[in-house]
Design a protein around this ligand. Structure first.
Ligand SMILES: CC(C)(COP(=O)(O)OP(=O)(O)OC[C@H]1O[C@@H](n2cnc3c(N)ncnc32)[C@H](O)[C@@H]1OP(=O)(O)O)[C@@H](O)C(=O)NCCC(=O)NCCS
Length: 424
């Protein structure tokens, strides 16, 4: 009896855990808290690792505080994400609250702390006028309940370089292998230019390049070489090498290959596939529809060893994001977004065309053409999956005959499928 009373009191304590923003002087404590949920015990090593990471911007880190102790944590970073473009245009960009460092201590799990922290982060992003939130999910079952939907998928690919002949010859890119200092002067600009042709790409502020790419600490390499930076006039590749058993040959771990045009990317691939002493290239993340595959004379040799969700988006301002993305054809759809009492739900009239789009709240009584939830809206926004695929899975309902076909055409992403290669 006494025991039961104690444990009830304990539970009550935990329910009263406070969610609040973190002060600048609390960032070390907060960093330690982040480590715990990701199985890094608090201590000097965790502190050292914490110093390598970019601190969250002021007012954008939250803690769940139980008494004096931090038992949960999260933050949002100011980022942008590219949206599908109209024909012949660059991708427009939208501000995105990039949700990161989400964790709840094992001692406090499943008591609703994540739900409360998510509520705080999404409201803060709305208050700042950010129309989207985004994240990468440690587990794909967690975030749909908060209205996030898969916006990009990523594949892991492997290819034996001896099987890398192209159907039509392509000259290797005019590449220079440069040191980190020189790389830091050219690569960020090439990246920024290249991502404007791909929807779903998250931007990289300077500190991200410095801390997560060019700093390249040796204990992040997992037995592989330091980064190689291969820079061409209109693209670049970043990779590490790993000696294969026996030591006569190597495997390249390709972190990214990024180019301003499909031809420039093909030239970079030709260069990579011809590096001497290399038997195999392993590349992650790669687009699901890999532009390398149709170039290969023996496409089956480009093996997919993993396929995963990558970027998840949550629409916070439906009118802003549907109005901002580009469309390659004209159409009008009334879209009912079902869900909780939320500024992004309700019925919306989308009037879109190649020269621009408007999205406004529908007048009361307007009948919907399509009915869906917030997660499906996020997936449609980038054209990640066609409306018909979501409808077949029972996740989009056609309220007017023909509306699914129209949505398939209207929401098509364009020549390059959505893809993101930036973690945050
Ligand atoms: C994932 C994590 C943050 C969840 O925190 P939490 O405070 O336990 O979550 P909540 O209690 O707010 O859960 C809310 C809902 O999500 C569900 N849920 C939370 N985590 C889940 C998981 N990993 N798998 C399945 N369901 C999960 C809960 O069951 C609950 O469902 P309900 O609303 O139907 O009751 C926490 O388990 C954690 O820190 N894990 C390790 C680090 C990690 O994976 N972080 C996420 C990085 S993207």
């Amino acid at each position: 009896m006494r025991r039961a009373a104690t444990s009830a009191a304990h539970r009550l304590d935990r329910v009263s855990t406070e969610i609040r923003t973190v002060e600048a002087g609390e960032l070390q404590l907060w960093g330690r808290s982040v480590g715990v949920a990701f199985l890094v015990p608090p201590g000097p090593e965790a502190d050292e690792e914490g110093r390598r990471h970019d601190p969250p911007p002021p007012g954008r880190a939250w803690a769940a505080v139980d008494g004096e102790r931090f038992v949960g944590n999260c933050a949002t970073l100011q980022r942008t994400v590219t949206l599908p473009a109209a024909a012949g245009r660059d991708c427009p960009v939208a501000a995105m609250a990039a949700v990161t460092a989400v964790g709840v201590h094992p001692s406090h799990r499943r008591q609703g702390i994540l739900s409360r922290m998510m509520g705080a982060m999404l409201q803060d992003a709305r208050d700042r006028g950010e129309p989207l939130a985004g994240l990468e999910a440690s587990e794909s079952v967690i975030y749909g309940r908060y209205g996030f939907g898969v916006a990009t998928f990523a594949a892991k690919r492997e290819i034996a370089t001896a099987r890398g002949a192209f159907v039509s010859p392509v000259a290797p890119a005019d590449v220079r292998i440069v040191d980190p200092d020189e790389a830091s002067k050219t690569i960020p600009g090439l990246f920024a230019e290249s991502i404007r042709r791909v929807p779903g790409q998250v931007d990289r502020p300077e500190t991200v390049w410095e801390r997560y790419v060019f700093a390249d600490p040796s204990d992040w390499r997992r037995g592989r070489s330091a980064n190689f930076y291969a820079v061409a006039p209109d693209g670049y590749a970043i990779y590490r090498s790993e000696d294969l058993p026996g030591g006569d040959a190597a495997r390249l771990h390709l972190r990214e290959v990024c180019a301003a045009t499909p031809g420039a990317e093909a030239g970079l691939w030709r260069f990579l596939l011809d590096v001497d002493l290399v038997e195999e290239i392993v590349a992650f993340p790669r687009p699901v529809l890999d532009p390398l595959a149709p170039r290969l004379a023996d496409p089956r040799r480009l093996r997919t060893t993993m396929l995963t969700d990558f970027l998840w988006l949550r629409v916070l301002d439906t009118a802003a994001v549907l109005g901002a993305r580009g469309y390659r054809s004209a159409g009008r759809l009334v879209i009912a977004v079902d869900g909780p009492d939320d500024p992004a739900t309700g019925t919306w009239v989308l009037d879109a065309g190649p020269d621009g789009a408007s999205c406004t709240r529908a007048r009361r009584g307007t009948s919907a053409d399509l009915r869906l939830g917030l997660s499906e809206l996020a997936t449609l926004l980038l054209g990640t999956l066609p409306a018909s695929a979501l409808a077949s899975a029972g996740r989009v309902v056609e309220e007017r005959s023909g509306a699914i076909d129209e949505a398939d055409v209207l929401f098509r992403a364009g020549p390059v499928a959505p893809f993101d290669m930036t973690t945050f």
